[in-house]
Design a protein around this ligand. Structure first.
Ligand SMILES: C[S@@+](CC[C@H](N)C(=O)[O-])C[C@H]1O[C@@H](n2cnc3c(N)ncnc32)[C@H](O)[C@@H]1O
Length: 347
């Protein structure tokens, strides 16, 4: 298959949301075939630097070839982005101007005849992003209890027929290949669903479970926020509602000064906003982009900007603690900013 068969999604919007500038330092946590990385490098030259991460060694090879012209400005690492902070410490790559997550799978993975991600062609039920992971989709299918399977399919696939599907899987296992699983799901669901392929949700659920996608995303986003310098941008493109919910909730929470439960008379959380939302509304591909690249149809881009860095927030906490005699919590944003200006002798 061609190394360039993956068409990157929302490229112009991503470069804009990252506010890519010459000389900037960026991290692409989901390098894939290097499409977004190439655009970031193009707009950040001269002087730009990019750390590219992908759990899939095949993706690293493909991206390496694509980004050859920028080899002196790139560092490509075959790792899981759940280790983002450790990677940045190891390679002394922080703080950064922007971090991108373009979640999900690349066409290189979806179209592969050996990886088992797609229900459209037969392959072993693998679904691991990296061959170094131990648990495959076949392991989950063939060793989980019926209740565990139903839970996975319902939670990660939001599949209404999860129990019916899990029941038939247990009856028919061992199941080793994708098409055998597809036929089992089709029999379980019958003619009940017309809008999407009956196996779509179960395949999504298995992939998420095999790769711990949701837990790793949440952990990596938190690390990413702390790696951003002042006004650094975090941009995330997600492809399903479970991913998008995590991104949306985290960005919203981190852009609020107070996260006390509604109705709390005085703020007791001491939380300080460290992000400003760049995308008040989610950005989606235009109808033209969807027509040219149908795989972009479910993409949702959200972006936020770091408004106070980790170092600064420590300093602020210290100063405020000093200024208000250890009673820093309870300050709402305008009051906090006023104190901050005085503390740092700002105009
Ligand atoms: C949609 S593709 C990215 C495509 C890329 N933006 C491009 O323009 O070619 C998503 C990539 O993220 C990688 N990926 C997904 N989850 C990951 C994780 N937890 N750690 C590292 N890479 C991950 C996948 O292996 C895949 O290559």
């Amino acid at each position: 298959m061609s190394a360039f068969a993956h068409i990157p999604v929302l490229v112009k919007e991503t470069v804009e949301a990252l506010a890519v500038e010459p000389g900037g330092r960026y991290i692409d946590c989901t390098l894939g075939a290097g499409g977004h990385a190439a655009a970031i490098l193009e707009h950040s030259s001269p002087g730009g630097q990019l750390l590219g991460i992908d759990a899939d060694p095949e993706a690293i090879k493909v991206a390496e070839a694509k980004l050859q012209a920028y080899s002196s400005s790139t560092l490509l690492i075959n790792e899981n982005f759940v280790n983002l902070q450790a990677i940045c410490i190891k390679y002394d790559f922080q703080p950064v101007h922007g971090i991108l997550f373009d979640l999900g799978l690349s066409s290189l993975q979806l179209d592969s005849n050996t990886r088992g991600f797609s229900f459209q062609h037969d392959a072993p039920l693998d679904m691991r992003l990296s061959p170094s992971q131990e648990i495959t989709a076949a392991d989950i299918i063939n060793t989980s209890s019926e209740a565990e399977l139903a839970h996975i399919i319902k939670t990660y696939g939001e599949e209404a027929y999860s129990r019916r599907i899990a029941h038939l899987i247990v009856q028919e296992r061992p199941i080793a290949a994708t098409l055998q699983l597809v036929q089992t799901i089709e029999r379980a669901v019958g003619g009940r669903r017309a809008r999407i392929h009956p196996a779509t949700k179960t395949f999504q659920a298995l992939r998420i479970a095999v790769n711990h996608e949701l837990e790793y995303l949440e952990a990596a986003l938190k690390q990413a926020i702390n790696l951003l310098g002042f006004e650094g941008r975090l941009v995330v493109i997600s492809y399903n509602s479970l991913e998008d919910r995590i991104v949306k909730q985290l960005m919203q929470r981190e852009s609020k000064d107070c996260i006390c439960p509604p109705g709390t008379p005085i703020c007791i959380c001491g939380h300080t906003a460290c992000l400003r939302l760049i995308t008040k509304r989610v950005i989606t591909p235009s109808p033209v982009e969807v027509q040219l690249n149908p795989r972009s149809r479910s993409a949702k881009l959200r972006a936020a900007e770091r408004i106070i860095t980790q170092d600064e927030s420590f300093k602020v906490a210290e100063k405020l603690n000093f200024l208000v005699g250890g009673k820093a919590s309870g300050w709402r944003r305008p009051a906090l900013l006023k104190k901050l200006r005085i503390a740092f002798s700002l105009p």
